[in-house]
Design a protein. Sequence first.
Length: 457
Amino acid sequence: MCAVSSPNSQYVVAKFGGTSVADFDAMNHCADIILANESVRVVILSASAGVTNLLVALAAGCDSDKRENYLKQIRDIQYAIIEQLKEPDVIYEEINRLLENIDALSEAAALATSEAMTDELVSHGEIMSTLLFVELLRQRNTNAEWFDIRRVMRTSAHFGRAEPDTLQLHSLAMEYLHPRLNNTIVVTQGFIGREEKGRTTTLGRGGSDYTAALLGEALGLRRVDIWTDVPGIYTTDPRITPTAKRINTIAFDEAAEMATFGAKILHPATLLPAVRCGIPVFVGSSKDPQAGGTIVCDKTENPPLYRALALRRKQTLLTLHSLKMLHARGFLAEVFTLLSRHNISVDLITTSEVSIALTLDTTGSTSTNGSLLTNALLTELSTLCRVEVEEDMALVAIIGNELSHAKGLGKEIFGALESFNIRMISYGASSHNVCLLVPGKDAEQVIQTLHLSLFGS
Ligand code: ASP
Ligand code: MG
């Protein structure tokens, strides 16, 4: 599907995250960025910061006091933006209509909620932020057009984590978006889509980056710009390790491992559509565009052995023991078929003669308790094997190049971590990463210790 010579290859898609569109001033910074670059023709927004969380809470169903309180917080965030527009009146009515919708839906959710209703409710955040932003651009004399992404983003009906249909996206985007790009800036929503029956879906929390990469691919754009609140990708989260350094360019392969293992600023699947087509992704801060950022591209010069450390919290470790496994065939297949039927995505796996240990990915789900382990799943698993569950673990990924061929790496990593318990190790599957599972309470210290020893101070 990658367009070899795309008619849109001079254009760029810019995505702005929740904090970048949190309020009027933040939105103006985004407008400055867009107006400073002629090639930006597609703009994708998240909901204003905080709004998605409030909507998720409303969708879970709450008593009327809480509901009033959450609704008021959402209204305040949106009104604060409207009130600073030059002509606020043109947009009040439309936003009020959406707020009334939210009110009605959350009242219904308090009686009986559902995943489909959750996605419908949650989508209002992106609808409102994009409507407000188009108005702000228009009032700055820019030719901007609001576009409902659901017209082109067709997905599976897996609410909360729907899968986009990339073939349909390609043809619909070429039909409806491509003809607009010459004369307008199209402003549209990240994160949301529509399933076959016309119901709204979402792509998983943080899914706007994914939307941006998917559109970059579908339209054959020159670059995907991800504007967030940090000026690029760092050797590790600077909030955990203040000496973390910015990475100027990083190869897709390395960045993909970072994304998979929970680097904060990228959604796990974000890069994939861009990777497929060799479209570079830029990551920068909308508050400080002068500070530059990180370019994720096909290849970099002299890739270092150690590139970055990534952390993924809230991991669940499942250990499955079965004597049936001894010299058996098909046991793993049975286990994974079962997990897949329950929509469980597995991160790490290790096996011994009679056991399998695996970690489950609990991020990115809109399920409110964050747990994917249902009773139904555990009951089914226990017919196959003995099951042990350990919660609150954390995954630390060491990302780099040619790691599986380096000498002395074990000594370097495990020597630095001699005072910690490492519950599980995954090494050798990729030359780009070594993964350690540690107790959640130790995670930050493990990162700090490793960063000091592998990257210096
Ligand atoms: N607004 C959605 C969320 O908070 C999607 C996104 O920000 O990418 O998860
Ligand atoms: Mg976000």
